[in-house]
Ligand binder design. Structure first.
Ligand code: ATP
Length: 352
């Protein structure tokens, strides 16, 4: 399996190096034959090539069997006309990575929750309120006058149907429940369309229960009764906000893994951002990116029928869990003593 490695900005290079330590070890132990090609993106290539996403990277994504994308500081980028494009958004739309799969699970001693949480947020990735991906030409935010700003939200039946199918397929492998998150009491047309399509897909899955909650209620229910959720399906922005909440409830933003998946390609990417406040200090928790990489191995194993990839994904997850369960093997965000590199060694050591 040829993996394209895009370290990104901020803590990206550090958590990517940690992830590669674990993947190299998994490749040896499970004889996966993983190969890695690294390419710079973000602020590094803005300086050297005048763009945060060089065309050669897009070509490399086309050639690769999978991509591991580090966090990017796109808020610090200049406008697109000066080379500052958001690599994450472009890869999602260009390669139609429509499903952003974001698991969140509480662990003993690491969460403020009273009840256990074990859920997956399935977030639509290609439209919604995201101004950079909801128009054919131009962007979905504009200012008719200097004192008035407007934003367009795009919701299509096709995108709702396919994200709903991803959610129901996933629920079948879990506790067989899907919760659709929406704000239909306010967004009466666009979220009615979303719900209509989710309900139509639900009819194809009579073995999976469907309910729905308003997004504001969902934020409270995540804290009060997280155990009521199995798979949550949501449009782009609601899914993004809820998954940060779920990660932090699990113990740290540094724990939230995710996979951006389409029908033919997938990109592993931590849920969190580039955390420039702790960049270069060997303090970042690489768990989210390591677990995202494990999701990528499992996804590829599922597509190709390669059992060793799936076994390696299981083993990486088990090794991370074992390290996290040991207070002396945790990183600073979880109150532990280890740095980024030492945590990676602690995980890799459990794979051998
Ligand atoms: P960006 O602008 O790229 O979104 P940000 O710092 O605004 O970056 P996040 O990176 O998502 O947003 O993180 C918010 C805070 O959470 C960070 O300031 C950092 O202290 C903490 N954090 C995020 N990721 C990690 C991590 N992997 N390990 C430890 N702490 C983290």
């Amino acid at each position: 399996m040829n993996l394209l490695i895009l370290p990104g900005d901020g803590i990206g290079p550090e958590i990517m190096a940690a992830t590669l330590t674990v993947l190299r070890c998994a490749s040896d132990v499970f004889q996966l034959g993983l190969s890695f090609q690294t390419q710079d993106i973000g602020l590094a290539t803005l300086k050297t090539q005048g763009t945060t996403l060089p065309p050669a990277v897009i070509e490399a994504v086309e050639q690769a069997d999978g991509v591991i994308l580090g966090p990017v500081s796109h808020l610090d980028y200049p406008p697109a006309s000066e080379g500052g494009v958001n690599p994450s958004g472009i890869l999602r739309t260009r390669f139609d990575l429509y499903a952003n799969i974001r698991p969140a699970r509480s662990r003993e001693g690491m969460t403020i929750l009273r009840h256990p949480m074990d859920l997956v947020i399935v977030r639509e990735n290609t439209e919604g309120f995201y101004a950079d991906r909801n128009m054919h030409e131009g962007i979905g935010e504009f200012m008719p006058t200097p004192d008035m700003a407007m934003a367009v939200r795009k919701v299509t039946a096709q995108a709702c149907r396919r994200i709903a199918r991803t959610a129901f397929d996933l629920a079948r492998t879990r506790r067989k429940k899907v919760t659709a998150v929406h704000k239909q009491n306010v967004l009466r047309i666009s979220d009615a369309l979303f719900l209509r399509e989710v309900r139509a897909v639900a009819a194809e899955y009579p073995d999976v229960e469907l309910d729905d909650v308003l997004v504001d209620a969902a934020t409270a229910l995540l804290v009060r009764t997280p155990q009521r959720f199995d798979v949550m399906v949501a449009t782009n922005m609601f899914g993004d906000i809820l998954s940060d909440e779920a990660s932090e409830l699990a113990g740290s933003l540094g724990l939230g893994a995710s996979l951006n998946a389409g029908d033919r390609r997938a990109v592993a990417q931590a849920q969190h951002g580039s955390a420039p406040d702790i960049a270069g200090q060997n303090r970042a928790n690489p768990t989210a990116l390591i677990l995202s990489a494990a999701m990528l191995l499992r996804w590829q194993g599922g597509r190709t029928g390669a059992a060793p990839l799936q076994a390696a994904a299981d083993a990486v997850e088990a090794a991370v869990e074992a390290a996290l369960a040991t207070p002396g093997d945790r990183t600073a965000d979880l109150g532990g003593p280890l740095g980024t590199r030492a945590f990676a060694d602690a995980v890799a050591g459990r794979l051998r």
